[in-house]
Design a protein. Structure first.
Length: 327
């Protein structure tokens, strides 16, 4: 068993150890943003930074795999094919996973507005040809009966195909994106929609775990406490400061979350490997979010890596949803 499988088994057995917190690196954004998904390869000359090439992006993933700290590496099917061909997972205990669907509100083509339009279910990847047994399925509810029921029907079709292919999945549920649900109500609306969505599923049909946005401690605590047999994880959102990243993990874990899947926060970091180290130090309880941020900058300095933000600025919590409980 790899590390992910061992942790899930202990969680399902009712064991509660904070070091079993699951960390996943989401390197699947090429299915959303295309070329701009790879993040900027910084150039010290002003105005000369550019997006990483696919090869550079794959090389970054290889480095994270060899570090062997994250539990899941989530990629597109095409990136996974390359990693497997290059023996990227050899010698690691990391679980591979693919993005199993790519609804249209995920699409981030430059100069487009897909993310604010109605979410249309869509799938690029073939489960039968997947080179892994785990994938991410995502949905977006908007309070529109016709649209939301269509999304649930497509989810049902996916589950049937997943069962036939012996493919397990974790379920990502995004915040409403059309403005029909007030921002202040999104967390509790999402909780209700997730619970009603899963109420019609037998245990064997359920996702292994959930991936949800952090809409505040009250909403996340409610979801985590409702059914302890459901493993709840959080998504990362925008890049923010290093303290934002680490504070988000800390607060989510305090609310009962047992997994985190971060993409943009890792790919845009000054040093992704050092950030992952810092994330694990927080989830294991070795350091506070503030302490881990300072140690991150000390290590950047020791390696001669110029930070995007100075340590004092990078130690500030800037995301409004985190400010109330930031230590």
């Amino acid at each position: 068993m790899n590390r992910y499988e061992e942790k899930i088994a202990r969680m399902l057995a009712g064991q509660d150890d904070r070091t079993d917190f699951i960390l996943a690196d989401a390197k699947d954004s090429d299915m959303a943003a295309g070329i701009s998904a790879t993040g900027l390869r910084r150039d010290p000359r002003q105005g000369h930074s550019r997006f990483r090439t696919r090869r550079e992006y794959v090389d970054v993933i290889h480095g994270i795999l060899q570090q062997d700290i994250v539990d899941i590496m989530l990629t597109s099917a095409s990136i996974l094919e390359t990693l497997i061909a290059e023996d990227g997972f050899a010698g690691t205990r990391i679980q591979s996973a693919i993005r199993a669907n790519d609804t249209t509100d995920l699409w981030r083509g430059r100069c487009s507005s897909y993310q604010s339009q109605k979410s249309v279910p869509f799938r690029s990847a073939s489960l039968k040809k997947a080179q892994t047994s785990l994938g991410l399925y995502s949905m977006t509810f908007n309070g529109d009966a016709e649209q939301d029921s269509f999304a649930l029907e497509e989810f049902a079709r996916f589950r049937e195909e997943a069962e036939e292919s012996r493919f397990s999945y974790f379920l990502e549920v995004f915040n409403p994106n059309e403005g029909q649900i007030a921002q202040a109500d999104r967390g509790f609306y999402l909780n209700d929609m997730i619970v009603r969505c899963m109420a019609g599923l037998r245990r064997e049909e359920r996702p292994v775990f959930l991936k949800v946005p952090f809409n505040g401690a009250d909403a996340l605590s409610e979801l985590c406490a409702f059914d302890p047999s459901v493993i709840v994880g959080i998504m990362g959102g925008s890049s923010g400061t290093t303290r934002d990243c680490l504070e988000l993990i800390h607060q989510a874990q305090c609310c009962g979350a047992r997994a985190a899947l971060f993409g943009r926060k890792i790919v845009d970091a000054d040093d992704p490997l050092l950030l992952i180290e810092a994330m694990r130090s927080v989830t294991d309880g070795a350091l506070s979010a503030k302490e881990a941020t300072h140690l991150y900058h000390e290590k950047l300095g020791a390696q001669g890596v110029p930070p995007l933000r100075e340590a004092d600025l990078d130690s500030v919590v800037t995301e409004a949803v985190l400010l109330e409980r930031a230590a």
